[in-house]
Design a protein around this ligand. Structure first.
Ligand code: GLN
Length: 449
């Protein structure tokens, strides 16, 4: 059934970079047999799932949407992939993405083009655009993505599905190809908050292979479905009107309507001040590019992936391999990041950005003393037209204003559908809560559903 839907719609949507038709069918049959034989099966037994092609799998290629890794086959599975398989999930394919997760529209993929299932002339968002589009087009009920600065929440918002970025350290990053290591998190997409909660229960937890994954004695993993439907009592919802003013009128109207829903559920709306969030884009694009420039130095034509066919000497092995296989946006970011880290500029840019990051973290600490959750837009606009921003990287970066702070602060954030704009395009509502309070976050998001 899943593949019938994929056959029907995938030629238009273009959500996948690879499909595992035979393997998935065999696996689904195997799960059926086990159920028929009364054998125990996991919580995701037989559930079809799509995973972003930034997660290492021993089956198929792991391309990151890049020519550099077009033929790269991972020798190991990411921990999140392992957990899915152990839970009985059926991985149907790997989804399209901006090259190395750098972008907000999936247009930076070197290997495919994905459209928004709601409007084929619009982008699905990014960088996990393929995963969001797959769920929105009902090609599969759930998917995994990664979020460094909004790459789960923004495409979820553009495609009208639910997308969660967990707390930094909640899900193991082992086997997630690194972009900005201090910001990256893996997270689920689904049609409903409940689907996302179920997936979260499967993928969360400590992993000795990722030293930044958090000890469960410090922050225990919950069954995120447990009590999901119980409204949060005495809920205080924080809003920062000045910060939200930058969003389009339709987005602000949807946010106001969402606040009414919470008010109707007995919540108290509290005004908060987030003075440093205006600097989030500047800080993020220094920190993320700095980390990326370091992480991407491993693609040298020797260790992984593409190697130039005819190098004159060993220097050309590096330079030509990188020149030929990296796309424009990736090169731009490597240059930005290398510059920000170079001696003489480090203090002025990188160190300064870290200080701003700390101030942003402080804004959240202060705000969460006054409220249980903060709601804000996911993006200033709904899905924009394909090609509209490709020639203007700064314009593309500015669209990340509402999502990147959660990554800088390490806190969880979710995007839930909250209405349509005048073109019938979906609008997402973002809910943010303190670190490791995903259970509460999901319950609050659920109250709005
Ligand atoms: N759009 C942001 C960027 O280009 C975020 C991407 C992401 O979260 N991976 O960096």
């Amino acid at each position: 059934e899943t593949f019938a839907q994929i056959d029907r719609l995938e030629p238009t949507v273009g959500a996948f970079l690879s499909l595992f038709r035979d393997e998935a069918t065999a696996r689904a049959r195997d799960v059926d047999c086990r159920i028929a034989a009364g054998e125990p099966v996991g919580p995701l037994a037989g559930v079809p799932i799509a995973v972003k092609d930034v997660l290492c799998t021993t089956f198929g290629a792991t391309t990151c949407g890049s020519r550099m890794l077009e033929r790269f086959h991972s020798p190991y599975d990411a921990t999140a992939i392992r957990k899915l398989l152990d839970a009985g999930a059926v991985i149907v394919g790997k989804t399209n993405m901006d090259e190395f997760a750098m972008g907000s529209s999936t247009e930076n993929s070197a290997l495919g083009r994905t459209v928004n299932p709601w409007a084929p002339d619009r982008v699905p968002g990014g960088s996990s655009g393929g995963s969001a589009a797959a769920v929105a087009a009902r090609l599969c009920p759930v998917a995994l993505g990664s979020d460094t600065g909004g790459s789960i929440r923004q495409p979820a918002s553009f495609c009208g599905v639910v997308g969660l970025k967990p707390t930094y350290g909640r899900v193991s990053r082992y086997g997630l190809v690194a972009y900005g290591s201090s910001l990256d998190q893996i997270g689920p997409f689904g049609r409903t908050v409940a689907d996302v909660a179920l997936l979260m229960s499967v993928i969360a937890g400590h992993d000795p292979a990722d030293s930044t994954s958090v000890d469960e004695n410090v922050a225990p993993v919950r069954d995120y479905l447990d009590g999901l439907d119980t409204p949060v009592e005495g809920l205080r919802v924080g809003v920062a009107p000045a910060f939200n003013a930058g969003a389009e009128a339709s987005v602000r109207a949807a946010l106001d309507a969402a606040l009414d829903v919470y008010r109707g559920a007995g919540a108290q709306i509290v005004e908060i001040d987030m003075p440093h969030l205006d600097y989030a884009i500047a800080a993020y694009y220094v920190i993320a590019t700095a980390e990326a420039s370091s992480n991407l130095s491993r693609y040298d034509g020797v260790h992984y992936g593409y190697r130039t066919p005819d190098p004159a000497d060993y220097v050309e092995v590096y330079t030509k391999s990188r020149e030929e296989a990296f796309g424009q946006e990736v090169k731009r970011r490597i240059m930005l990041g290398t510059y920000a880290l170079s001696s003489g500029y480090y203090d002025a840019y990188y160190l300064k950005a870290l200080k701003v990051r700390n101030l942003i973290r402080g804004d959240f600490v202060q705000a969460f003393q006054k409220c249980d959750a903060i709601v804000m837009p996911v993006a200033p606009t709904t899905a924009f037209k394909i090609g509209e921003k490709v020639d203007d990287p700064l314009k593309m970066y500015l669209g990340d204003i509402y999502t990147i702070s959660a990554n800088l602060a390490g806190i969880p954030g979710i995007s839930v559908p909250c209405g349509l704009d005048e073109n019938s395009l979906p609008i997402g509502l973002q809910v943010l809560t303190p670190a490791f309070s995903e259970a509460k976050l999901l319950r609050i998001a659920r109250m709005h559903e």
